[in-house]
Design a protein around this ligand. Structure first.
Ligand SMILES: *Cc1c(COP(=O)(O)O)cnc(C)c1O
Length: 432
């Protein structure tokens, strides 16, 4: 399998190169040169296969010759070694709980797969690499945990001081070993800008092998297909589900659409957005107008120019009508999100997080207009990660899972730096 750049189809890379580079040299996103076809009878056999077997079968064609079979099987086994249950909320709505991984958000799956692939490539190269990543919260934790202890990889995470939740900060700053946290006196945009500048800096490029771990990397994007198959494996009805995906950068739903186009039966997809409504507007008008992100209570989806949306257009050959036949998108306000969270908790005793609540609202709205359909919302994070929103609403404390209470007791270790590239550069050159 090769990948081409969405800026220029003649710029190509195999899976290894695409993973190491993240983005094509011409700044385009990598896209698979063909869509693999699932083995015959695969969907019918999901129920009798293990999660690792399913994941392996799905990802094998995308990896090509870049990783041998046995090593790839080890990688997927380590990636999906926690439960991903489909839980019934009520007669028509189910929740696919993607938060049982180490950092309580669905990003664990992509980050774990990517880190292990990079670990494999580094081993065979005998040369250290440095992963540089800016985070507004969830990405950093998932990347830190995914890369923790991976031989030959140093991870440097930049996060905006005082602007991530306390659970998120502990997840970034307490691991130690090959994980370093830089606490930047600035905003997420400052962090991202510093990282971007680092990739362009000749002196750094000469001294270190830098790579990024952001969500456009194919090794983070493609494994997100796995849980759509796990959802179908557990789906108790004959006709396929509608699937509602809380969306920000649109990597997750793009993976679901990819899985569908290679053969996974899904009746319809809903991209559930918060007040950042660039895509809901596009699906109405056909015009894409990016803008600055607005802050909301589902902050992992505060994205004003979703980078993966271009991949969705490519999947549908840029045919708007075909896309519209498979995808709806709606914008959900903070007020609707809060009400939904509370109502689902009261009526069905199921506690959503704010991102899942956005997804549930969109799903319920869709089912009202399509009687007879049933659906799944992807619950992308554990409610405890957003306890500051959830607890005042439901009027009680959210129980903290053991793996998080342990982290909360650990000592925070970060290096504080001003929001300017020169400080990042000095740090990287002097301490790595
Ligand atoms: C990152 C994230 C999202 C958005 O996923 P995208 O792939 O960027 O659309 C939704 N919910 C949570 C909890 C997240 O961390």
């Amino acid at each position: 399998m090769h990948y081409y750049s969405l800026n220029n189809a003649s710029v190509r890379a195999d899976f290894r190169e695409a993973t190491l580079l993240g983005q094509a040299p011409d700044k385009g996103l990598y896209f698979p040169e063909f869509l693999p076809v699932l083995p015959e009878g695969f969907i019918g056999q999901l129920g009798s296969m293990s999660d690792a077997e399913i994941a392996y079968t799905v990802i094998r064609p995308y990896v090509g010759d870049a990783i041998p079979d046995a090593a790839l099987l080890d990688i997927v086994e380590e990636t999906v070694n926690f439960p991903i249950p489909l839980v019934r909320i009520n007669e028509n709505c189910f929740s696919l709980e993607l938060f049982h991984g180490p950092t309580l958000a669905f990003k664990d799956i992509g980050a774990r797969f990517m880190s292990r692939c990079l670990g494999h490539f580094v081993n065979s190269r005998q040369q250290k690499i440095t992963v540089l990543v800016a985070t507004s919260g969830d990405t950093g934790g998932a990347v830190a945990d995914g890369f923790f202890g991976v031989e030959g990889v140093e991870v440097v995470i930049l996060y905006p001081s005082g602007k991530v939740s306390s659970v998120q900060e502990q997840q970034l700053t307490t691991l130690g070993k090959n994980i370093r946290a830089l606490e930047v006196a600035g905003t997420f945009d400052d962090c991202q800008q510093m990282v971007k500048t680092a990739f362009l800096d000749k002196e750094l490029g000469g001294a270190l092998t830098l790579t990024s771990a952001n969500s456009i990397n194919v090794a983070r994007w493609l494994p997100q297909q796995f849980y759509y198959f796990f959802a179908l494996k557990q789906w108790p009805h004959d006709s396929p589900p509608v699937i509602s995906v809380p969306s920000g950068n649109f990597g997750n739903i793009c993976a679901g659409l990819l899985a569908h186009l290679t053969g996974l039966p899904v009746r319809h997809f809903i991209a559930a957005c918060n007040a950042n409504e660039v895509v809901p507007e596009f699906m109405q008008s056909g015009t894409y107008v990016p803008r600055k992100a607005l802050p909301t209570i589902s902050n992992a989806m505060d994205v004003g120019d979703p980078s993966n949306f271009i991949r969705i257009l490519e999947l549908f050959g840029h045919r708007f009508i075909d896309l519209k036949n498979k995808l709806d998108s709606i914008s959900v306000s903070d007020e609707q999100t809060r009400q939904t969270l509370l109502q689902v908790y009261r009526n069905y005793h199921y506690l959503l997080d704010p991102h899942g609540a956005v997804g549930y609202f969109a799903l319920e709205r869709h089912l009202e207009n399509h009687p007879g359909d049933k659906g799944i919302v992807l619950e992308t994070a554990h409610p405890v990660k957003f306890y500051d929103v959830v607890e005042p609403l439901i009027g009680s404390a959210v129980p903290v899972p053991d793996r998080i209470s342990a982290i909360l007791a650990h000592e925070k270790k970060s290096v504080k730096i001003p929001a300017a590239f020169s400080y990042l550069k000095d740090y990287l050159l002097s301490s790595l």
